[in-house]
Design a protein around this ligand. Sequence first.
Ligand code: PMT
Length: 399
Amino acid sequence: MKGKKIVLGITGSIAAYKAAYLVRAFIKKGAEVQVVMTPSAKEFITPVTMSALTGKPVVSEFFAANDGTWHSHVDLGLWADAMVIAPASANTLGKMAHGVADNMLVTCYLSCKAPVFIAPAMDLDMFAHPSTQRNLELLRSYGNHIIEPAEGELASHLQGKGRMEEPDRIVEIVSSFFASEQRLQKKKIVITAGPTYEKIDPVRFIGNYSSGKMGFALAEVCAERGAEVELVAGPVSLKTVHPAIRRTNVESAQEMYDAVIRLYPDADAAIMCAAVADYRPQERAEKKIKRNTDDMTLTLVPNPDIAAALGKIKRPEQLLVGFALETDNEEQNALSKMQRKNLDFIVLNSLQEPGAGFRCDTNRITILSRDGEKQTFGLKSKKEVAGDIVDKLIEKLHL
Ligand code: PMT
């Protein structure tokens, strides 16, 4: 972040007290910070605190009170390498979404050409309200990066989603945006992750041990390298933090198929990391199946093969990457999956290898490509493994 110019917008939320720490964290990383406050932000934290920390007078009004000097929102908007609005109240989100330019912060935002990061903070019901969600959706569609609030105890003492993300994490997101090579900028990548659940009755399902860790690591790395990520996730308890990741939650293989088929035509590549159930029960009981003394037979029918379906509609400039989780004849099985599903390359991981496959934080992979190339990697964290896979993706996309 050395030398990066950050305009930090602070709005009227109790989380404004965290902005002091945020400024310090940015400055510690070598950034220069100019604070812009809305009038109500000054009720929560004083401009004196903020100007003492940044070494620059806070900008809040269009005109300086003493001499009537005009503060140019255009100059500030052009000066910034990034604008960060933290905390962003529901009121300011609404104004930004609809272009209501009645204060210095929103006018700055409207004239800002740099990437904008927005960290909302509000009570859980305000955050969940459809109007707030619609405003966030609009702001996202304008290309802004939304830093999702965390769950926890709120100022109201209620528990829920609405706490502004911690300052250190905000700095990490902004600095990773600058630090990473943005080789995947303007690329859209679809990633599947986690297991699928195939319902037997209202309380039981057929599933598998996938935790989603590998797929989520891939999503994070692609986003850090500038991609717009469409993450289609089966039922997992993981959170997505990077603002460039849009998440679609699904449960069954059919739901995953529907989401991926909808998203792939607009994508440059898809990485199929999910452990999809190959079969589902033919019948789904409406009510809980009661125990009795007889044997029970479950008839299973095949699920759609999502990767194979993409392989059929794939355009020449699109890339399709699959995974193979094997227990025996590993390379042979992986190669035949790559052929059958029309993949460009396949990532083989083995259940025989300690520290690889389901649930653990590490993985050991071999990448097999269409052109006969084979590359084997050592045991690494799933984030590092994701880095190796994304390097290969970048190479195959000729970026
Ligand atoms: O989630 P983790 O706990 O981190 O574990 C990661 C992982 C082990 C799940 C992951 O690394 C992995 O190997 N994922 C693929 C597992 C799998 O289902 O492999 P497969 O060999 O059965 O399927 C081959 C490929 O076809 C995969 O890309 C799979 O996503 C895809 N597939 C399979 C079946 C189906 N109906 N549709 C598909 O798209």
